[in-house]
Design a protein around this ligand. Structure first.
Ligand SMILES: [Zn+2]
Length: 67
């Protein structure tokens, strides 16, 4: 279990919650619950966010949130 910080809003997230599949689709990738958070790969590292809104903000201007 790892606790990480949402770089946009500062909320703490549990990476296990973000990655936990809510349902298994036959023949498909496990689905995760977007309400639990999401993540984005940037500059060689995974960043976790509480919501798609935070991820979108980060993706549009990562440098602003990485200082
Ligand atoms: Zn957030």
């Amino acid at each position: 279990m790892a606790v990480v910080k949402d770089q946009v809003c500062g909320r703490e997230l549990n990476t296990e919650d973000v990655d936990r599949p809510v349902r298994n689709v036959p023949g498909g990738a496990p689905e995760v619950d977007p309400a639990k958070g999401t993540r984005s790969f940037h500059d060689g590292k995974w960043y976790f966010f509480c919501s798609l809104a935070c991820r979108t903000k980060f993706s549009s201007n990562p440098a602003q949130y990485l200082k």
